[in-house]
Every structure is written in structure tokens, then in C-alpha cells.
Design a protein around this ligand. Sequence first.
Ligand code: BDR
Ligand code: CA
Length: 325
Amino acid sequence: MTLTTATNAQAAPKIDLIIDTDPGADDVVALLFALASPDELNVRALTTVAGNVRLDKTSRNARLAREWAGREEVPVYAGAPRPLMRTPIYAEDIHGKEGLSGIAVHEPRKGLAKGSAITYLIDTLKSAEPHSITIAMLGPQTNLALALIQEPGIVQGIKEVVVMGGAHFNGGNITPVAEFNLFADPQAAEVVLNSGVKLTYLPLDVTHKILTSEAHLNQIAALNNNASRLVGSILNEYIKGDMEHYGLPGGPVHDATVVAYLLKPQLFSGRSVNVVVDSREGLTFGQTIVDWYDGLKAPKNAFWVESGDAQGFFDLLTERLARLK
Ligand code: BDR
Ligand code: CA
């Protein structure tokens, strides 16, 4: 009895988490990773947004991910069907027509939760304990931006927003300077950057340092459960595009790095910086301008993660996938 009490007293508090996502191959890997980690992550809901594919498909794929993870009790709310201002863009060339490379999709057993993701975010964050909820942002930031525009006071409920997006040292992946999630809705990212919330960015700078290798894929395959087979099939197809485009020996698993960061931040390093996103029409549309050397002496509005431990990442992912069926 005493031992149990002592252990509980020492356990780190769970992270109260909302995952905003546009699944998306790497999003689904991130969702399986997060949903396999209930000891650390209290996933309250998945909120979906148009991004890699249209909203109906990202919402279906999020529901598939929770089904595959055996976590159908986690509600999925559909959010914005298009960006704040720009013309919608999709990434079917990378993620496939259904938004899930390498595997067949079906209609999931359980439907969407009633109500929109934006209303869910407003209601939840408004009534939350001060600075208690973390948001993992795995796609364009449209849902949170719309919620912040309608109810700026919801900032009080947010502990931290952890974004997969942006690029500085690495260069872009959709234009020479812009990363897809920021390019898909720069005005939304701007709203979040200017909102005063605590922000962490995992940009291409770090995700391109955490690449798959044959050994990493083999360690996942060796689990030989349904989750590992799904992740193996998704990744083997998904990484092809980046490996060819960049001449890389493996591919990044972008969105899953956000989950690894939440579970084990000690795998990563970065710096507090001032970040601005360019939302003007032109060649630099969607670019993140990062004042790494503090030349502007401007307020530091984000923690910019610049590197990470690739083997540590794949060991953690493998360990968590082993917990699923
Ligand atoms: C990001 O863009 C999307 O295509 C991926 O899902 C990831 O969120 C990488 O640039
Ligand atoms: Ca994504």
C-alpha cells in the first residue's frame, strides 16, 4: 500500500491532450503512437482539418486510426473544410488519393462526434483549468485560429501548442522555403503565433534528421502485430517521395516527432526564438522566418526544435506500437 502511494506520488502528471490533425500517412503513425501511450497522454479528442486531403477523408482516416488503436472512445470532431483565406491545396501526390499511402481504407465502425471541432475547442478551452490543455498541431492550423478569432479568451485554457511545421535551416518541402502545413494556411499560423500561447515548433530542420532506415523499419516489422504491419506498409510507401526528392537514405515521419517530443522531450534540443510567418503573396509565401541568432531582439514567441535523437525516436515508437494489437 505504502509502495503504491509512493509510486503514484512520483508519477509525472498526464498530459491533457487534443490532437488537431489532417491524416495523412505520418499523421496516422502519430495517432497510433499517441493512442498507444495512455499512461502519459490523456487524449481528450482528435480534431480534424482539411490538409493532406479533403476534410471528409482526413476525418475518416482519423476515425480509422482510433479504430486500429482500439481507442474508439476518443471522440473525433471534424473542423474547417478550407483554410482561412488562401485557395485550398492538398498533398495527394505524397499521401495518396485517400490520404493513406500503402494501405487500403474502409468506412470505420464509429462515426464523428456531433458538433464542429471549432466549437469543441472553444467550449473545452474556455471551461478548462488555467493553462491545462496541450494541443498537438499536426496539420494546417485553421481550427485553432478560427477558435482564437471567435474567442480570444480561450488562450487561458492552453498549456502549450506543439506544432509540426515550418522550416529554417532545412529549406521547404512544398516551395524552396515553405513547409506544407504553414504554406497550406499561413494566415492561421499567424493568428496562433500572435496569440501569446506557449508554442513549440518541430520543423523540417528536426524531422529531416529523424529518418527511417532499413534497421528502424525492421525493428518495427519484428513486432509482427497489426499496428506494426500497418505502420510498415504506410511508411514503406510514404518515404519513397522524400527519399527520391531529396536524395535521402530514408524518410522523415514528421508528425510522429510531436508525439515523441511530448513523451520524451529529452530526445530533442532547440532554442527559444522569434518566429514570423510570411503570409504575403509571392515567392516566400508560407515561409517561417526564424531569428536564430536574436539579431532583431524581438520577443521570443516559440521554442524551435532543431535536432533530435533518431534511434531514441524509433525505439520509443517501436516500444509503443508493441502495446497495440
Ligand atoms: C507535414 O505536411 C503534411 O503533408 C504531413 O502530414 C506533415 O504534417 C510535413 O511537411
Ligand atoms: Ca499532417
